[in-house]
Design a protein around this ligand. Structure first.
Ligand code: ZN
Length: 303
């Protein structure tokens, strides 16, 4: 039996994967189309991306199911395929490891709207959508469920509760912070700071306290967030920053941090106590490969 992800993460730093969305675009997905449907229509292309991450040394791969909840899929007319799309997402990520014992993290992203009284969705609709997705991911054999790119505690709670109800072996809560205009600090769009988010996640039973994506959240900001998490909790913590900032080059969105630049932030993140490190938007297999090299050296020295 392999150890639970959050147990293994306490014994040595683990490497996550890099971006999926920007990689799908490179593989031909058009803006506005449904990347999660590719788990059924183009499984070979999703597998090729994830295999590059596995080959680069990822210990954990996040499924291509960010928008795999009923509410998100409904925007593409695929609400009747929630279970199939999520199951295929887990199977493809598992296949990417090619028999190696990696961890498949089932991905639940935001439902993409606002709940009443601010928006059009009821809490029940969101709860049901997350429960259905979490159950599909766990039934398909996911080793963990990550509720990611979250900005409100209400939505985060629905995701964590759904993962719990589905008996996910490991539950990761991951917030998206934005650096404030004056650059002095960062908080989520809904005004939540890292200490509050971490305390809330611990209280609600998340096994790993994470952050990903966000505006201006580079490796240095991620290190600060990890430090602030560690003041509140001794649970494993995880960081997946973007590869710098998005820029429009020839009508295409590219991220401006090279693997060489981004990798400079890996040791500081490890020293701050990060247990799992990966990348969000704009990070590539080359970024992850660079992380692997540095993490292996660090681990050897740390022993
Ligand atoms: Zn991102």
């Amino acid at each position: 039996m392999k150890p639970l992800l959050h147990e293994l993460a306490r014994t040595k730093p683990l490497l996550g994967d890099g971006a999926m969305g920007t990689q799908l675009m490179i593989a031909g997905l058009e803006q506005g189309n449904c990347g999660e449907e590719w788990n059924l229509t183009h499984p070979d292309r999703v597998l090729a991306i994830q295999r590059r991450y596995a080959d680069a040394g990822s210990d954990c791969i996040i499924t291509n199911t960010f928008g795999g909840s009923r509410i998100m899929l409904n925007r593409h007319g695929s609400a009747d395929r929630v279970v199939e799309i999520n199951r295929a997402g887990v199977e493809i990520a598992r296949a990417a490891f090619n028999g190696r014992a990696g961890y498949v993290i089932g991905d639940i992203g935001p439902f993409g709207g606002l709940m009443e009284p601010y928006g059009e969705f009821t809490e029940d609709q969101v709860r049901e959508a997350f429960e259905e997705q979490a159950q599909a991911l766990v039934d398909a054999g996911a080793d963990a469920v990550i509720v990611e790119t979250q900005t409100s505690l209400e939505e985060l709670l629905l995701g964590i509760t759904a993962a719990k109800k589905a008996s996910a072996p490991c539950i990761i809560g991951s917030m998206a912070y934005d650096v404030t205009l004056d650059g002095s600090t960062f908080r989520t769009m809904m005004g939540i700071d890292p200490e509050r988010a971490a305390a809330f996640m611990v209280e609600q039973g998340a096994d790993v306290i994470a952050l990903n994506c966000g505006t201006g959240m580079n490796m240095e900001r991620a290190r600060e967030a990890i430090q602030r998490y560690k003041r509140v909790t001794d649970r494993p913590v995880m960081a997946q920053p973007n590869a710098g900032l998005p820029k429009l080059v020839e009508m295409k969105v590219v991220y401006d941090e090279t693997p060489e630049q981004m990798v400079c932030g890996v040791v500081p993140l490890l020293e701050a106590g990060a247990n799992i490190i990966g990348g969000c938007c704009g990070s590539t297999p080359e970024h992850i490969r660079a992380f692997r090299t540095v993490m292996d050296q660090y681990f050897v020295h740390a022993k």
